[in-house]
Design a protein around this ligand. Structure first.
Ligand SMILES: *Cc1c(COP(=O)(O)O)cnc(C)c1O
Length: 393
């Protein structure tokens, strides 16, 4: 039987059976509208309230600071456009970074077309932003800092606590896209000191199509959808109770499993060290210490990442090059370019993202498969043969 290895958990994750189970009643008997006054409505309103409370508690927030959205992308857009537009009297300048997710970068580009100005701070070669660079970018008209908590391609973790403190000292709103961080490292909005934080269900074993934006009480951020007053009047639309309940369950499980990330990290490290050892001209992209436990991003010189993916798929292995949203384009990853990886190396890069669901056998299968694939592709590569010839001379 062919082995199947899912090693692309930064792109999406499978819904856990326990998470699926808590949703099922809402596709059956519990169909009331949570806003209805009668008891059929209360049947749905109570689990929704409990879900909001659970999420708030796990993140160190208050329940009325938790706003459900339909995705991480929606939460990113809401935070950035909502905060920017509510603060135009003060200014139109935003600080972000070069290696944000496209949900952030494209929201910022949209604001730039509307006359806002954005400073994209550099990322250092290890994949970490220097808070001093953020502080240097501050102007009298800066109203928002938007820096991600953990990068989706290279997994590097950013000093958000320090960045939020800088924002606070200058009276500037700080938002962090924590879609990759939540569930994969401890995240507490109070400790971080951020004003807004986004995360998404499908990256933590809940369904696709549910996310959360945390908005600290007192933070100026426009209403997203005018409607029937749901989400304290800031995002209209009858709530997707099933998915809200699922998200709370998934976050509860992810939080309980945080200590077990040591096992995920050990698998990632074994995969990394073995591949570095078995595959010449390979390297790891981004710092290996300030990094999410399951993330491994490597470059294999003189091969195309896309070809690697196809051959891995033929062996039942799911991995990624760049980000999944980019897989149709052959643009090199903006994240790898931002940390100074040369274009030709960016093309030969591969991301494995492991989760609690992965096993040592999964790692064995990748180790048994990838070196042969790389060698086969290099044998066919005129580039590799000529550079090898040069080295031998
Ligand atoms: C996946 C991801 C998003 C988008 O979340 P969706 O729920 O898929 O819209 C945003 N930011 C980061 C860092 C991500 O990894």
């Amino acid at each position: 039987m062919k082995r199947f290895v899912y090693a692309d958990n930064a792109a999406t994750t499978q819904v856990l059976p326990e998470v699926r189970d808590v949703m099922l009643p809402f596709f059956g008997d519990i169909y009331g509208n949570p806003s209805s006054a009668y008891s059929k409505g209360a049947e749905a309103a109570e689990p929704l309230k409990a879900a909001r409370e659970t999420i708030a508690t796990l993140l160190g927030a208050k329940p009325n600071e938790i706003f459900f959205t339909a995705s991480g992308s929606e939460a990113d857009n809401w935070a950035i456009k909502g905060a920017a537009q509510s603060n135009v009297k003060k200014g139109r300048h935003i600080i972000s970074s070069k290696f944000e997710h496209h949900a952030v970068l494209h929201a910022l580009e949209s604001l730039e077309r509307d006359g806002f100005e954005v400073t994209y701070v550099d990322v250092n070669p290890s994949g970490v932003i220097d808070p001093a660079d953020v502080e240097k970018a501050i102007r009298p008209d800066t109203t928002l800092i938007a820096i991600m908590m953990a990068n989706n391609e290279i997994g590097t973790v950013q000093p958000i606590q320090e960045i939020a403190a800088i924002g606070k000292a200058h009276g500037i709103t700080t938002f962090t896209d924590a879609v990759q961080a939540v569930g994969n490292m401890p995240v507490n909005v109070k400790e971080l000191g951020v004003d807004m934080l986004a995360f998404s269900g499908h990256k933590i074993h809940a369904p696709k199509g549910i996310g959360v934006l945390y908005i600290r009480t007192g933070t100026r951020c426009r209403t997203l959808i005018d409607g029937g007053g749901q989400e304290r009047g800031r995002r209209g639309g009858t709530e997707n109770v099933a998915f809200c309940v699922a998200l709370a369950k998934a976050l509860e499980i992810a939080t309980a499993r945080l200590p077990q990330l040591a096992r995920v990290k050990a698998m990632r490290d074994r995969l990394m060290n073995t591949l570095l050892d078995k595959i010449p001209y390979s390297r790891v992209n981004g710092d290996i210490t300030a990094r999410l436990a399951g993330n491994l991003n490597m470059t294999f010189e003189c091969v195309e990442g896309e070809s690697l993916l196809m051959w891995l798929d033929a062996s039942g292995i799911c991995a990624s090059t760049g980000s999944a949203c980019n897989s149709a384009s052959l643009e090199p990853s903006h994240v790898l370019l931002s940390i100074g990886v040369p274009v030709e190396h960016a093309h030969g890069s591969l991301r494995f993202s492991l989760s609690h669901e992965n096993t040592e056998e999964d790692v064995d299968h990748i180790i048994a498969t990838l070196p042969t694939i790389v060698q086969r592709l290099r044998d066919m590569s005129p580039l590799y043969n000529s550079s090898m010839a040069r080295i031998k001379e």
